[in-house]
Design a protein. Sequence first.
Length: 144
Amino acid sequence: MNVDPNSSPEEQNQVLTWLREFNESNNGAFMKALAHDAEEAFFLVSRNEQNKVVGGIAGTLLLKWLKIYVTAVSPDCRKQGIGRDLLAKAEQHGIAKGCKYAYVDTMSFQALEFYLKSGYEEVGRYKDWDSHGHDKVYLQKTLQ
């Protein structure tokens, strides 16, 4: 056996084809949904009285899952419930579109406590993920 770091686009495509075929034979409904652009992106913002954006949340909906990619609030507007309101609106949006679950990942120094207080449960963790002592934490929540 010879492991070669050099491969052609055709060889790379062959390897990916093997994986796609395996996935389709074992989870065809999911693979079909992916192929038909079932994933829906969203981006919600919060504005103050002067119509200035003070926070935002972005994610995707796929089948029964809401995925949060980004939640951020202007530094001078934090601890005022803006993030909580944005997350609640994102979850409501997901529920309206048929989502039953939500998930997010965050770094241990970022919004871990925020998500835990919002009803998310830790389901996994990569220790020292950034090689600087911070963990990447995976969380999920069953939506009502």
